[in-house]
Design a protein around this ligand. Structure first.
Ligand code: DND
Length: 201
């Protein structure tokens, strides 16, 4: 049975917290493949996102190990961006005996019950939630127990968010240590997040 992780997100931009979460989940869950799936439309984020193509390219720059597959499935689906639809399409595309793990951060666990057809998601794959705030583990366990069938992993946390990084860049502060060099270079080259000097000298 092949063990495949699904890691969805806006990745606007992908940062070292995402990378670390992905690496730790691959190790702890014994995954053979990790599908990184940038959102095309986000059901929970009405504000415009950075162009899909840029987010996809930044993901490809970061998630470039053998185990990683950066998937454009959300664009192919071209729907509302509901995760249940993604899971069902992936299940159709993979061999029947594939075991899927949906990986979410702690912030996503709180509010998971508002996701479209969340009970079907719980039935159709294993949901794994990873702690993000240092002290949220106990709360996460409690919330996961209320929803049922969610595994909570207590992982060493990197407490950063894409929002924080976008704000730093827009203020003109660097995002040193928060982004992989490949993503920093991409952002600079394409003048994303208020970066005005495109290209390298
Ligand atoms: P975001 O854009 O919030 O994630 O989207 C998360 C996923 O949830 C997407 O695939 C959405 O389609 C899906 N969703 C949300 C709401 C409703 C529904 C679906 C629905 O079907 O109804 P980010 O790009 O901000 O982050 C990507 C992931 O990484 C998230 O799970 C986030 O919690 C996690 N994360 C961290 N984990 C550990 N340490 C950090 C993290 N920063 C983000 N520092």
């Amino acid at each position: 049975m092949k063990r495949v992780g699904i890691f969805g997100g806006a990745f606007d931009p992908p940062h070292v917290g995402h990378e670390r979460l992905a690496a730790l989940c691959c190790e702890r869950l014994g995954l053979e493949e990790l599908l990184v799936v940038p959102t095309f439309r986000s059901p929970h984020k009405p504000t415009p996102l950075t162009d899909y193509e840029h987010r996809l390219n930044m993901c490809k720059a970061v998630f470039n190990k053998k185990i990683h597959t950066v998937s454009d499935m959300e664009r192919q689906l071209n729907g509302e961006g509901y995760t249940i639809n993604l899971i069902r399409s992936l299940k159709d595309a993979y061999p029947k005996d594939t075991k899927f793990f949906l990986i979410i951060g702690g912030d996503m666990l709180f509010g998971f019950e508002k996701w479209y057809k969340y009970e079907s998601i719980l039935k159709e794959c294993s949901v794994v939630a990873a702690a993000r705030e240092e002290d949220s583990y106990a709360d996460m366990l409690e919330h996961a127990a209320e929803l049922g069938r969610i595994k909570v992993l207590n992982l060493p946390v990197t407490n950063i968010s894409s929002t924080e990084i976008r704000e730093k860049l827009q203020r003109g502060d660097g995002a040193e240590g928060l982004l992989s060099p490949a993503v920093s270079d991409y952002i600079e080259e394409h003048c994303l997040y208020g970066q005005e000097t495109g290209g390298k000298p």
